[in-house]
Design a protein around this ligand. Structure first.
Ligand code: GDP
Length: 297
């Protein structure tokens, strides 16, 4: 998904590394191109600006420009700054799902991939961390969404909370909590209802559920193809309900990558996972090193 950015940066750095000796002006000119490439990838303007500033100040020193391989050193500086912008100063810790039953609240707009991601993550926790997981759909507006989660649960061999018609989201959350305790589950995941846009009704409901469940993790699922919009959605959700991490879906698509590059810097929230397809195994732990590697080819 970073193909365009990767191609653009590849071109810039090819020229730099082939050039041999570098002046400060060469570096500045290259960084101007990097800035444009980032903006074209839908990276937010302040993030692109800060990125280029940080790289320029490190790359224009004599220790780089006078070194034997200045171009390669610039690439290394860009690589390190990419990792910083992708994950902040530190790689995120593991999900806080000790103390069973640990609630994970899944939030996001309708169509972002929330239900699919809930099931993918449940599968991952079951298989990799040997957790007993219970999933519950709180989407009382859309019975089809509840059934979708139940079907996915059957497919991946993860239990779902039985559907009781007529309950509201808070009642379902309470029942999930009770069932998770009584049933000896390690984790219970609450797949909240989404809406097409952020509105007060959605936020009120998510807040009410949050207050009942007291989640250890609140994971926001956003469509990675939507670039800066994804970052705006994250900022709003975080302001209203508080999120602990972000899952970027559809990173298998031909998006430009801006969401991944801006998310941490703009919202301060770590990207935890990326969705790479519709299949239940298409969820990857977010790895800034790997993404930086993909971007730089
Ligand atoms: P929700 O309304 O947020 O619960 O969205 P769904 O989980 O129902 O997902 C909407 C559509 O997006 C479904 O067709 C999913 O298969 C698809 N989808 C979800 N995650 C990904 C992903 O990472 N990549 C791709 N290509 N499709 C995805």
């Amino acid at each position: 998904m970073f193909e365009n950015l990767s191609d653009r940066l590849g071109g810039v750095f090819d020229r730099l590394t082939k050039q041999g000796a570098l002046s400060e002006d060469d570096v500045t000119a290259a960084m101007r191109e990097v800035r444009i490439a980032l903006l074209e990838a839908d990276v937010s303007l302040p993030v692109a600006r800060n990125f280029v500033k940080a790289v320029t100040s490190k790359a224009t020193g004599a220790s780089v420009t006078k070194s034997v391989t200045p171009g390669q050193q610039v690439v290394k500086i860009v690589h390190d700054e990419l990792i910083k912008v992708l994950q902040g100063e530190d790689a995120p810790e593991a999900l806080r799902i000790d103390n069973p039953p640990a609630p994970i609240l899944m939030v996001g707009l309708q169509g972002s991939g929330k239900t699919t991601t809930t099931a993918k993550l449940a599968k991952r926790l079951t298989e990799r961390e040997k957790k007993r997981v219970l999933m519950a759909s709180l989407d009382t507006n859309r019975p089809a969404a509840m059934e979708q989660l139940a079907i996915l649960g059957q497919q991946i061999g993860v239990d779902t909370l039985p559907i009781v018609p007529g309950e509201n989201a808070v009642q379902i959350a309470k029942r999930a909590k009770q069932q998770a305790s009584l049933g000896g589950y390690d984790v219970y995941m609450l797949d909240t209802a989404g809406r097409l846009h952020i509105d007060q009704v959605l936020m009120d409901e998510v807040q009410a559920v949050r207050d009942v469940a007291n989640p250890r993790e609140t994971l926001l699922v956003v469509d990675g193809l939507t670039g800066q919009d994804a970052v705006n959605v994250a900022t709003e959700f975080d302001g209203k309900v508080g999120v602990t991490g972000v899952v970027l879906t559809r990173m298998d698509g031909d998006g430009r990558g801006g969401a991944a590059l801006s998310m941490r810097a703009v919202t301060g929230k770590p990207i935890r996972f990326v969705g790479l397809g519709e299949k239940m195994d298409a969820l990857e732990g977010f790895d800034a090193q790997r993404i930086a590697g993909r971007i730089l080819g």
